[in-house]
Design a protein around this ligand. Sequence first.
Ligand code: NDP
Length: 395
Amino acid sequence: MIIGAGGVGAVVAHKCASVPEVFEDILLASRTKEKCDKIAAAIGKPNLHTAQIDADDVPALTALISEYKPEIVINVALPYQDLHIMDACLATRTNYLDTANYEPRDKAKFEYSWQWAYQDRFKEAGIMAVLGCGFDPGVSGVYTAYAAKHHFDEMHYLDIVDCNAGDHGKAFATNFNPEINIREITQHGRYYENGKWVETEPMEIHKPISYPNIGERESYLLYHEELESLTKNFPTIRRARFWMTFGQKYINVLNVLQEVGMTSIKPIMYEGKEIVPLQFLKAVLPEPSTLGENYKGETSIGCQIRGIKDGKDRTCYIWNNCKHAEAYKEVGAQAVSYTTGVPAMIGAKMVMTGKWGGKGVFNVEEFDPDPFMDDLNRYGLPWNEQIDEALPVEQ
Ligand code: NDP
């Protein structure tokens, strides 16, 4: 059962429907049923059904899950829904997977504590939750686990580098849910060094980083949720950072929006009604699911790691490049939705085929990376690796 019929939900539905030997029957449920119906019509498979659900209504969601009895719920709605969907999964003893960690609506703050707190309850219920199984978080954690398993005795420095060298032709748009995206970018930056978190001003640290097949792009240090789980699960890491590219025009527009108060999440009164400026801004921006057509260029996301193997220094860079136009041709979506939706399908497949097992709450790097890495090659996100070459992030 897939919850959320946005840019990512459409890709998950497409990819699950194309693996009927695992996903025999699929229910796509979201707040607006028409969006589910449109996706189902585009896919045109008889085993894909749709339903209306407000996932914040836990009793209604519990009833829907009880009626449909899925083996797993794939949550690709918004981070605000995570805990409600986990509650409904607990009530029905159903496995859970998501692509973004919980965020409270009234505070732009994301961390795993709220979801990790479900550990004992998931264990006792005999079910599993897989957290953060998109690209980053998601594939970034699997790449790191793969590097740890095959290339390092100890990993010391981790840089996750995320470049979107695409052009959607719109004046300003975000590649995933605008509200969540802008909340992420406008908060303080943060990275991990020698056991401590170092906080920066928003977008304070930046530098050009060279990406395969793309070249140099200005890249900004942001806080990203997988830094929290990766530094916990791989305690030899001394420094972990996350970098994302933004074009100058995007930053200029974002600065103006910020300065005039349009990115604020504090409610204001407008013509007698309370509105949240950022939610209003989301309503006027293009939806991520509509950006695919004519989107040129590609994404490049990877992990650059330095550490030791057999007593010698070692570097490793693992990455994927994904072209917007190819993603659009295959599933009618741009590459950011594609690179999130494909890993969500693969993660669900890992759980349903028993390749990833256990009871409790897990981050992706806690599982065997090998079958997942094989499936990335098989289902549209082939990866590359370079060992013992200079790391672009350090040049
Ligand atoms: P969209 O805004 O395109 O889609 C979100 C969907 O969720 C919409 O269909 C929306 O319904 C639905 N929804 C919202 N609230 C509810 C609710 N209460 N009950 C049921 N459905 C609801 O976002 P994206 O598809 O771009 O992103 C989906 C998720 O993927 C987000 O959590 C995002 O953070 C995550 N993500 C993760 C990435 C990764 O690499 N790990 C990268 C990109 C995204 P409606 O249409 O009615 O508004």
